[in-house]
Design a protein around this ligand. Structure first.
Ligand code: GAP
Length: 502
């Protein structure tokens, strides 16, 4: 499978496509069709449920996409949120210098200065990819979209480049509301905007995207502990350090000692890995934590490990999330710039809380779900989404369009649609209808046949195996929920009435 096949499926079936296509497309912006949006909502809900339940003092908030220039001057984004660029002397095409080098040489050059990058471009005789002209250094470009707000007296503002700042500038207020307790977790799921120089690889690098970020505020003196450490101390993390770059499995306890990381940080690494392997069902050999070197780390981070997945469509590991120890960087700078105290007092101890940030790109995760679910088998495409994440949970079909079957089928559909995202289809042969649902990843199909009218039972079909079982109409919801929750195996949930030959 390659990225082109994924792009075609995404468009044909209504997952996503480039925006403003009737005007030739706007690079770096995407539309989610109904199936894509259902998938995105499912992913966000699974994320919400998992991460907010890690601690009773974790909450979700929503803050504006547009924030004042003051916020980003204080946070350091106005000064430091920049990418190195080079420009073609002939056609004036602008390229992101580190990415161009990565494309040609297949290595990561993030964090190198524009001068170093230009030296490498000259050394390897790399030319403008558009016209073959020679490239010169053009410095750095700030990635934020600037705006003016209001009429008359205008205020300078930016579209936020990360959701995180919304949590920082509201920390003090929420800390008071939530009865002054630490750790305090503030989650935001929302849009972020970056004027990327070279948007690429569909949803992997766009100019408008969604993030799901959790900021965990804590007392810095507690960083070497976590109340639930024992639950994960023997859990084996899949890591690749900046030094060795080899992928190894190591117990959390050993990661603390060998990688010199605090227990609280490693605790969240373990929870994030569990999320990917257990909930999103990513195969172990496609997952790794990658430590960033000093020069690759974001300007606000003391510890910075990315979560990377090896995509089937590109054959390469790409970043989809990160765990960042931002220390008191943001709160301290907001205290200084705004004059509003972020220093708190707990048990007579005064300090500025530190932050561990769990930061996920939602669109990259959606892309990963599509990539990992794509199968070509039975002469067609099958999207094998984990059942809890499939855009549509259940499809309902009358076997034929006569003998009162459509009436009975639509009655059942209306009923189960109250519990599950359901889809009713009565057009075309039953085989064609199954195939259509397989291609969009619907894990279960319910078929109403003549026997349904006699004994109130239906067939339930499993997308991945095509096995069908017979169950009672009254048991449809419970059976599906039990299968999704892993409480029962599909074959054991009813009488097997169809089994493929091979
Ligand atoms: N608050 C920290 C932060 O924003 P980041 O590493 O710059 O950190 C976090 O971004 C995540 O957001 C990344 O791991 C990635 O999944 C996603 N992301 C970043 N830039 C993106 C882009 N241009 N298009 C799509 N997703 C992006």
């Amino acid at each position: 499978m390659n990225i082109e096949q994924l792009k075609q499926l995404a468009k044909r079936r209504g997952f996503f496509w480039q925006s403003d296509e009737i005007y030739g497309g706007l690079s770096g912006f995407y539309v989610y069709g109904h199936l894509g949006l259902l998938l995105k909502h499912k992913w966000e809900n699974v994320w919400r449920k998992y991460f907010l339940s890690l601690d009773e003092n974790f909450f979700e908030i929503e803050t504006p996409d547009i924030m004042s220039e003051d916020v980003f001057k204080a946070s350091g984004h106005v000064e430091s949120f920049v990418d190195p660029i080079c420009i073609c002397s002939r056609c004036k095409n602008v390229e992101r210098a580190d990415q161009l080098l990565e494309d040609v040489l297949g290595e990561n050059f993030e964090g190198k200065s524009p001068e170093e990058l230009l030296k490498l471009i000259k050394k390897h005789n790399i030319k403008c990819p558009k016209c073959g002209g020679s490239l010169k250094e053009a410095g750095e470009l700030n990635m934020m979209f600037p705006l003016t707000v209001g009429v008359g007296q205008l205020s300078k503002a930016y579209l936020r480049p990360e959701t995180a700042q919304g949590a920082y500038v509201n920390f003090r207020q929420i800390f008071e509301i939530m009865r002054r307790k630490l750790p305090l977790g503030l989650a935001i799921i929302g849009k972020a905007f970056r004027n990327e120089i070279s948007p690429r690889q569909l949803l992997l690098r766009t100019r408008e995207f969604s993030q799901a970020e959790l900021q965990i505020f804590f007392d810095p003196q507690t960083i070497n502990q976590h109340k639930r450490w024992d639950e994960i101390k023997n859990y084996r993390l899949i890591i690749s350090t900046a030094k060795s770059k080899k992928i190894v499995k190591m117990k959390s306890d050993d990661v603390v000692k060998k990688c010199n990381l605090p227990k609280m940080y490693v605790y969240y690494m373990a929870r994030v890995q569990e999320f990917y392997l257990n909930i999103l069902k990513i195969p172990e050999n496609k997952f790794r934590f990658k430590e960033l070197s000093e020069e690759e780390k974001a300007f606000y981070n003391k510890y910075h490990w990315d979560i990377e997945l090896k995509f089937n469509s590109t054959g390469k590991f790409s970043e989809i999330a990160g765990i960042h120890y931002r220390t008191s960087h943001d709160l301290e700078r907001h205290e200084k710039a705004s004059g509003v105290k972020q220093t708190i007092s707990i048990d007579k101890k005064k300090f500025i809380p530190h932050v561990i940030e769990l930061s996920f790109g939602v669109d990259r995760n959606i892309f990963a779900l599509l990539d990992f679910s794509f199968r070509e088998t039975r002469n067609q495409i099958i999207m094998s989404f984990p059942p809890a994440l499939s855009p549509i949970d259940v499809a309902v079909f009358p076997l034929v369009n006569r003998d009162r079957l459509p009436e009975k089928a639509s009655e059942i559909y209306r009923h189960i649609n109250k519990t599950f995202v359901s889809f009713y289809d009565s057009s075309g042969s039953i085989g064609r209808r199954y195939a259509r649902q397989d291609e969009i990843g619907t894990p279960f199909c319910v078929t109403i046949d003549r026997q349904t009218l006699e004994d109130n039972t239906v067939t339930l079909r499993d997308r991945d195996t095509t096995v069908q079982i017979r169950i009672k109409v009254d048991d449809i919801e419970k059976t599906i929920n039990d299968i999704i929750d892993g409480k029962i195996m599909f074959r054991k949930a009813g009488k097997v009435v169809y089994e493929p030959k091979d």
